[in-house]
Design a protein around this ligand. Structure first.
Ligand code: FES
Length: 136
């Protein structure tokens, strides 16, 4: 029986490394235990007392704006402007305001009050538990 050449051994080893790499492709590197894949984790945003009646608060890190149009009624929308995707800057005088080009959205339903925004802010799902606001 012939001994494998040095070149044969190196080629076989390289193939093994390639196969090992392919077997891991696309798999999560560190899935969270107990969290189904693809399911967003619930994120506590803040307290209801922090949302002014007739106004709102922008949670920039979460890309969400929570409003309270009337006492005890909370709404949530994406905080990304539908014009050219700037983050909205303020909530004042009943509107959510983008400073990039002046779009304004109603705090009641995210509808466009003033353009150039072409579409309303998409709604976001939140849950109120006690005085805690959670993005769900
Ligand atoms: S990106 Fe908001 S108005 Fe243009």
């Amino acid at each position: 029986m012939a001994e494998p050449s040095r070149r044969t051994v190196i080629t076989a080893a390289a193939g093994l490394v390639t196969l090992t790499g392919c077997a891991k492709y696309g798999e999560p590197t560190n899935p969270s235990p107990g969290t189904p894949q693809g399911a967003p984790a619930n994120t506590v945003l803040g307290k209801t007392e922090d949302i002014p009646v007739g106004g709102g608060v922008i949670f920039a890190a979460n890309r969400i704006v929570v409003t309270q149009p009337v006492k005890g009624t909370f709404k949530a929308f994406s905080s990304i402007c539908t014009h050219l995707s700037c983050p909205v800057a303020t909530v004042a005088h009943g509107t959510i305001n983008c400073d990039c080009h002046g779009s304004k959205y109603a705090i009641t339903d995210g509808s466009v009050v003033r353009g150039p925004a072409p579409r309303p802010l998409p709604p976001k799902q939140i849950t109120i538990t006690g005085d805690s606001i959670t993005e769900t």
